[in-house]
Design a binder for this molecule. Structure first.
Ligand code: HXC
Length: 510
């Protein structure tokens, strides 16, 4: 018995040593943690249960029969985050660069299957050189097995990817299918092919950072949902995000104890809207003053910043906030904002998270760049997402709700459940200036007349009452009462039942 225990201890030690002390030191020298250190930070202390620590690859080509490390470059298992079960895998760069062999893929597939079966989120930590080059098609097949499971789990359990080192080739597509990708700044990069291949194929000379760094993906490509300073910050923020999410689509989102009065009034909101309709204000102030304890977790803060998407809580229950941001491009809907918000709305709908939408939108962004970029199809994504969503939808128009953007932003006509407007709301086909220029073109050379017409248009249309008279707005509310009115509305919608017609699946304009 003693010998058996000794052998087990030795085998465990060999697995825990990964690629050895030197390679671990190299990892630390680059400012990165090792796979196991990362899992220790991500999970509640002592909660990690590891699987498949003794798994080895079965490849014998290129001298691989003598190059085996127990665990084979990925640490897998489960643990808890603030007491709630999650499944995890963390690529170990110290073992053959975290590259994926068939055995390595099978380990990931095992935790994916467990997460799906048991209804718990799965979190992948990426730091890898891609397909294990010595394995050939086995590695390619292994990747596809992982992708298939990602797709089947989509909309059933939350899937989160954190890019914490190189992530290229086969490793990019699993994160791409998951719900949220986060990156660590400066130490991680994410691309299909690296700078070497790019130079060979296109003659373009680029750095890792330009091609797939966190700042590019966070701001320009929109591939990632957030970027963080270092491993520690990234993992702490993932813990925070998990607290907002349900374990699966079979469960309600978690409710947390609240120390914020549900019926709290915020007098300062009465003066949030500036006198001049073209002066911006920070929509995040409204989110802060409405959400429990002013706390919300922003998704894609730097990409498409003209719209805000964030998880927050009301009465301790998770809600998804979508809000136009007048501080950036006047809060206009463009391609990036439409895609970003559409994906967020669909996530919330898939996981039964009520949507709270704050509207201040001057319309869709005009111009050849937007039209040639496919604004019509991308804008339609947001419209589609709101229209198909069956979760509770509460909307508050704070200022502008112009044109098609009025329709799109969770209007009554797209099955908005409770739609409010502030007295400062302007719900119209377009702003007064543009409208007068079109309908009174004949008077364009008479500034006095144009001023009169503009005033007339503003008096008649630049207010919430035209819509309220038609029942398109359920009530005009005082800004200070926004939190309590939204909370009351959500209380009435707790048992909402709404289903869409049967279909195999829809055909959202991708
Ligand atoms: C096997 C690999 C490996 C790989 C790295 N290593 N990548 N082993 N297969 N794909 C090993 C190295 O031999 C080395 O082993 C150790 O990992 C660390 O690698 P270094 O090169 O020393 O590290 P670094 O300088 O930090 O460079 C990291 C890197 C580089 C940029 C990721 O290793 C690299 O370019 N790797 C190859 C990337 C690649 O082309 N992958 C295939 C993608 S194709 P030792 O023993 O020295 O520690 C693909 C297709 C799948 O994935 C498509 C499916 C859809």
């Amino acid at each position: 018995m003693k010998n058996m225990i000794k052998e087990l201890d030795e085998r465990r030690e060999a697995a825990l040593a990964g690629g050895g002390a030197k390679r671990m030191q190299r990892q630390h020298d680059k400012g990165k943690l090792t796979a196991r250190e990362r899992l220790e930070l991500l999970l509640d202390e002592g909660s990690f249960e590891e699987y498949d620590m003794f798994v080895e690859h079965q490849c014998s080509d290129f001298g691989m029969a003598d190059n085996k490390v127990p665990g084979d470059g990925v640490v897998t298992g489960n643990g808890t985050i603030n007491g709630r079960l999650v499944y995890v895998f963390a690529k170990d760069f110290t073992v053959m660069g975290g590259s994926l062999s068939l055995a390595h893929a099978n380990k990931i597939c095992k935790v994916q299957d467990m997460a799906l079966k048991n209804g718990a989120p799965i979190i992948g930590l990426f730091d890898s050189g891609g397909a294990r080059i010595q394995e050939g098609v086995d590695a390619l097949g292994g990747y596809a097995e992982v992708f298939q499971r990602n797709v089947l789990a989509s909309g059933v359990i939350p899937q989160i990817s954190v890019i914490m080192g190189p992530c290229a080739g086969g490793d990019v597509y699993s994160p791409a299918i998951t719900d949220f990708i986060f990156m660590v700044r400066d130490t991680s990069y994410l691309y299909v092919t690296g700078p070497g291949v790019v130079k060979t194929v296109t003659n373009e000379i680029v750095t890792h950072e330009e091609l797939g760094g966190a700042s590019m993906h966070g701001k320009v490509s929109g591939v990632v949902e957030g970027t963080f300073e270092n491993d520690f910050e990234a993992l702490v923020q993932v813990r925070r995000l998990i607290d907002f999410l349900p374990a699966s689509n079979r469960e309600k989102p978690p409710t947390r104890p609240v120390f914020d009065e549900a019926m709290r009034e915020e007098a300062s909101l009465d003066s949030l809207i500036p006198d001049n309709p073209n002066t911006p204000y920070d929509m995040k102030e409204l989110l802060q003053k409405v959400a429990d304890e002013g706390d919300f977790f922003e998704i894609m803060p730097e990409f498409g910043a003209n719209i805000i998407t964030a998880f927050g809580r009301l009465e301790g229950k998770t809600v998804g906030f979508v809000a136009n941001q007048p501080m950036v491009l006047a809060g206009v809907l463009d391609i990036d904002a439409s895609k970003k918000a559409a994906r967020f709305v669909r996530f919330c709908d898939a996981f039964d998270i009520p949507l709270v939408t704050f509207v201040d939108v001057p319309g869709f962004l005009p111009g050849t760049k937007q039209e040639s970029g496919g604004l019509i199809k991308h804008g339609a994504k947001l419209l589609f997402a709101y229209a198909e969503a069956t979760v509770p939808k509460v909307t508050v128009i704070t200022r502008k709700a112009y044109g098609g953007a009025y329709d799109v932003m969770a209007s009554k006509h797209l099955r908005g459940d409770v739609n409010y407007a502030w007295p400062t709301a302007e719900i119209a086909v377009m702003g007064a200036k543009g409208a007068v220029e079109i309908i009174f073109r004949a008077e364009a050379n008479d500034p006095k007349k144009i001023a009169e017409r503009t005033k007339e248009y503003e008096d008649n249309f630049a207010n919430p009452f035209v819509a309220a008279r038609r029942g398109y707005i359920d009530d005009v509310i005082m800004p200070r009462n926004t939190r309590k009115r939204v909370v009351s509305a959500l209380r009435t919608l707790q048992n909402k039942q709404l289903t869409n017609p049967w279909k195999k699946h829809d055909n959202i304009p991708l």
